[in-house]
Design a protein around this ligand. Structure first.
Ligand code: UDP
Length: 239
């Protein structure tokens, strides 16, 4: 395999929406992200799998908070991620980038089921793999699912693209505290001990236990996705 890098990119569902559009998915934003992915794939020896979230459509906790059954509400969230995955697939294929959507919840008419060996095979054949429906279990997030899949397919790193305008991990909330500083790198233990909101705790401890580094970067800044995929150290490295 030489120097081929294999990474998993976690893309929040909200990254696919935008203030400029009333739609749950802004086609222009998806096209821009897909363009950066296709460009990075051309310039770097890179095997890429993307875990898409569903927060622009539904979050399990929203329904649970309103009295819905949690497992049902989470299932709705997982189905939302499939909608996003199809949008991303469409945009990537417009860029000439072959893709496969692999779903953790079986829906054979729509996408292939997630099978670990098959995911790896697709990556080896230069297809971008899009993981949909998280890990298929309620009570989990797509952050944790991204970490799990990254470990399963032996990715070297998890790339966590943020969409809230914060370009890494800070000592405090930079939107509230003007003295907050961004860490170049930080340990898993510090993230946990200081309760720094990088990803949910389940995802962080999983990455720690499995020595899976996380690069946290601002996905919405044009060019950043291409840089992160190209192996540049932008944002904050958690390891
Ligand atoms: N979800 C789930 N199990 C999984 C992954 C996701 O139940 O393995 C549900 C959960 O309800 C979550 C929703 O899908 O709120 C959308 O995913 P997430 O909140 O992670 O999306 P993001 O915030 O990244 O857009």
């Amino acid at each position: 395999m030489g120097d081929t890098r294999r990474v998993v990119l976690k893309m929040s569902g909200e990254a696919l929406a935008s203030a400029a559009s009333d739609e749950t998915i802004d086609a222009d934003v998806v096209e821009r992200l897909a363009g950066e992915i296709a460009e990075a794939r051309q310039h770097a020896d890179l095997q890429l799998a993307v875990m898409v979230g569903g927060g622009n459509i539904w979050r399990g906790t929203t329904g649970a908070g309103a009295g819905m059954d949690r497992a049902t509400s989470d299932t709705m969230g997982m189905l939302g991620t499939v909608i996003n995955a199809l949008a991303l697939q469409d945009a990537l294929e417009h860029q000439g980038q072959p893709t496969r959507v692999l779903t953790a919840v079986h829906m054979a008419e729509v996408a292939e089921p997630y099978i670990r060996r098959r995911a790896i095979r697709h990556l080896e054949k230069d297809r971008v793999v899009i993981f949909a429906a998280g890990m298929g279990n309620p009570y989990f997030t797509t952050d944790t699912s991204a970490a799990l899949r990254a470990a399963e397919i032996e990715a070297e790193m998890l790339l966590k693209g943020t969409h809230g305008g914060v370009d890494g991990v800070y000592s405090a909330d930079p939107k509230v505290d003007p003295n907050a500083v961004r860490f170049e790198s930080i340990s898993f233990m510090e993230v946990v001990a200081q309760d720094l909101r990088v990803m949910d705790l389940t995802a962080i401890t999983f990455c720690k236990d499995n020595a899976l580094p996380i690069l946290v970067f601002d996905l919405m800044e044009p060019g950043n996705l291409r840089r992160a995929l190209g192996g540049e150290h932008i944002g904050t490295l958690v390891r």
